[in-house]
Design a protein around this ligand. Sequence first.
Ligand SMILES: Cc1cc2nc3c(=O)[nH]c(=O)nc-3n(C[C@H](O)[C@H](O)[C@H](O)COP(=O)(O)OP(=O)(O)OC[C@H]3O[C@@H](n4cnc5c(N)ncnc54)[C@H](O)[C@@H]3O)c2cc1C
Length: 427
Amino acid sequence: MSVPPRHAGKLGNMSRSDVIVIGAGVVGLSIAIAAQMRGLNVTVIDREGPAAGASAGNAGAFAFTDILPLASPGILKKAPKWLLDPLGPLSIPPAYALQIAPWMFRFWRACQPSRVAQSTSAQTALMDLSKAELEPFLAATDALSMLRKEGNLQVYESGAEYEASLPGWQAREKHGIEFRHMHAAEMADIQPGIAPRFIRGTFTPGWYSIADPKLYTLALAAQFSARGGVIEIAEVKALSPIADGAEVVAVDGRRHVAGKVVLSAGAFSHRIARTLGENIPLETERGYNTTLPEGSFDLRTQVTFGGHGFVVTRLTSGIRVGGAVELGGLELPPNFKRSEAMLKKAQAFLPGLKAEGGSQWMGFRPSMPDSLPAIGRAKTTANVVYAFGHGHLGLTQSAGTARLVADMLSGKTTAIDIAAFSPQRFG
Ligand SMILES: Cc1cc2nc3c(=O)[nH]c(=O)nc-3n(C[C@H](O)[C@H](O)[C@H](O)COP(=O)(O)OP(=O)(O)OC[C@H]3O[C@@H](n4cnc5c(N)ncnc54)[C@H](O)[C@@H]3O)c2cc1C
């Protein structure tokens, strides 16, 4: 897509749009384009411009097979061990421990088996929809050439780790997900160069990825502009309902009205929703990575080191080593020792990896306690639609979310039941 995005500069006195989308990440831009496809006139507002948030630095996976919520009894078993290592896969900086406690309590409640079963079935429905919507959406946005179908290889260091993964695979099997367990020799056919300490693996061929998540998000911005959309740079402070729509108020005091407003500002969305009187338990799971120059490793599929909480991915921009969850809120400075710790492990796990010349990044996953996104109308006005909180799966679920929100904006019945994603489900 060669058309550059049109940025109208600061939010000015504009004509009224049918729809304003707040947030130019992969979720907001996918929604904006899906709304344009329904004949609506759309403006996107972002405080920095396209691809400024988590959508730029993620691992690029369409993880359609990841139907099991993170909030599950399995994670409760692993968490105590992980928390002992300050640079391990899961950490809570002491400075944020009190603030995160209410969210952790809700997370813990969401780990009850009955809640996990409900979340899994809702997540599966959204994954199926997202998978079905993805290729038509990529084709319509000239981005089909960025899709890679190289699968994912999850590797295990011990028989015990492999055995512990089996209930999860059985649950996926029930939902029709294809996978293949294997020993080291077969793993080496799929991905040579993995250290011999990894003795078993599971390959999921239905795991897709995008050539580069930042370039994809920028391509969506260009596509949106080419279809006549305008991207405004403004930091949104508040929303308020008006008789036949909603008003968006920027930090600098300027205002804009639209018939409908979609709030998709990633991990910052709850702050804006608060101005409508809603207290939505959105937190951030901060994630880290290092992107090494192209050619740093001959990677043929995404490799997931699940026991260590990170993945290694081949992107147009290079080899990305990333993951980890740091429950540290939106204000603490990044701790790039995490990126370094993952890179060191990656060198040990993939002995041929050249670890020099990388660039580090930290991003804010927008996460609800039960691992499901918030998709639905605001409590006080039907003219504001929320679409945020996709956690580890925002890219994966972007096309499905766009379909659902476009259905809502054009007054249609949503393609799947969205009750489980209600933004108000935590009361
Ligand atoms: C290390 C890591 C790896 C990941 N890997 C994957 C993966 O492989 N697959 C996957 O599906 N997901 C992955 N994710 C998750 C994924 O990146 C997110 O779920 C997704 O990017 C969220 O998209 P978004 O559009 O909701 O938010 P964002 O991309 O964060 O966009 C939000 C936008 O809102 C804007 N904004 C915020 N506040 C305001 C305001 N007040 N006014 C105006 N604009 C505002 C920001 O500038 C930003 O551009 C990963 C995340 C991390 C951190």
